[in-house]
Design a protein around this ligand. Structure first.
Ligand code: SF4
Length: 387
């Protein structure tokens, strides 16, 4: 097999942010050592099953991978080197970090593992924004983390959230201003989306319960900008970041020249990737699959050598079309037909020609892209593609 991309999930966080639905668990979890052991076993097993392919990209996400202790990082490094070919080296290795959990010793351990890029979960650069989001770090932790990453020669990506309770357009501009002034290579801007039903991810937080989270989320949702307000904030980011020299290459992502995220581009281009760890998804040989979110279930599955859970309902044509449309390069229907057949092309062309998407997509020969308005209302385009 030619190179693949690898996603590694490290679920541990110092505290649970009340809006977050990722597969997370307390850093103090009694299962931490067993989890890291199971992860090493899964890496060894999957690497062997795939014939020790080379890794094109690695993305270590979470959770808060940056709070792993240096010996834990070294153990992960050893597992990766044993499980996969490391020559040629991966083109990009990203680790996600919470600005408050970075220190020089930890960063150096990640550098040893080959990290080239730090993805910082800043979310807001203002004290009011961080408080509204229930974050535990402070605004001044972000420039310090950027500085530490730069001193080791790492590329820097910053994640921001817009539409937090009570956020004004002016406050969003200030967040963008402060973030851009730090000179990141890459910026992601996500709207605050609050799930109001219990999520499987709370399974790993004993005592945290759903009730408290639900109360926080309902209160926050009541003070959030509405859909129109969110669209205004998104349009502000589109204009502001274009002026600042960032390419809006994916619905939620902007990059300086030569700095798009290669790993996430594998997802959007519907390429092959293996995900290891609790809740991690994989896409190999055209099959989508995942591991359980619960740490206990994940560890049990790895210890029993249980297979990944296959997504039986996945539709490759729809998934590939939606993922391609997320990118500014859109979908080339002639190439789509070559890879997936004339029927698949016809299905997609019919959906993208529907009256419901007029003004949301732009046709240029066989290529279809989302318009700036289409990016704001992307779900209205995507829904046309679903049978
Ligand atoms: S630190 Fe990140 S992954 Fe952890 S709970 Fe907060 S938002 Fe979620």
């Amino acid at each position: 097999m030619r190179g693949i991309s690898l996603y590694v999930h490290l679920p541990f966080c110092a505290a649970r942010c009340p809006y977050c639905d990722f597969a997370t668990a307390p850093a103090s979890s009694a299962l931490r050592a067993r989890y890291l052991g199971a992860l090493a076993t899964e890496i060894a097993r999957e690497g062997a099953a795939l014939g020790r392919p080379r890794l094109r990209t690695i993305f270590v996400g979470g959770g808060t991978p940056s709070l792993l202790d240096p010996p834990e990082v070294a153990r992960l490094d050893a597992a990766l080197r044993a499980g996969f070919a490391h020559r040629p080296r991966p083109r990009e290795v990203t680790v996600e970090a919470n600005p408050a959990t970075l220190d020089r010793a930890r960063l150096e351990a990640w550098r040893e593992l080959g990290v080239t890029r730090l993805s910082l979960g800043a979310q807001s650069l203002s004290a009011r924004g961080l408080r509204a989001l229930g974050r535990t770090h402070q605004p001044e932790d972000v420039p310090a983390a950027v500085e530490a990453a730069r001193s080791l020669g790492l590329r820097v990506a910053i994640d921001l959230i817009f539409g937090w309770p009570g956020q004004s357009v002016g406050e969003w501009r200030e967040d963008l201003d402060t973030a851009v002034a730090l000179g990141p290579d890459h910026l992601s801007c996500y709207p605050l989306e609050l799930e109001l039903e219990p999520e499987a991810s709370i399974a790993n937080w004993p005592g945290a319960g759903w009730k408290g989270l639900e109360r926080w989320r309902r209160t926050a949702a009541a003070c959030q900008p509405d859909d129109r307000g969110l669209a205004v904030l998104y349009a502000v980011a589109q204009r502001y970041l274009a002026r600042a020299g960032y390419r809006h290459y994916e619905i939620s992502n902007w990059a300086r020249e030569g700095s798009i995220c290669l790993h996430n581009s594998t997802y959007w281009r519907n390429g092959p990737w293996l995900g290891v760890g609790a809740g991690a998804h994989s896409h190999l040989g055209g099959v989508r699959s995942c591991r359980p979110v619960s740490l206990a279930r994940y560890i049990g599955d790895i210890e029993r050598d249980a297979p990944r859970i296959v997504d039986q309902g996945a539709d490759e044509t729809v998934d590939a079309a939606i993922l391609a449309l997320r990118l500014d390069t859109g979908i080339d229907l002639a190439r789509f037909a070559l890879r997936r057949g004339a029927d698949a092309r016809e299905r997609v062309a019919r959906a993208l020609g529907a009256t419901g998407v007029v003004g949301l997509v732009r046709w240029s020969g066989d290529r279809v892209t989302l318009t700036p308005r289409g990016r704001i209302l992307a779900s209205e385009v995507f829904v046309q593609l679903i049978p």
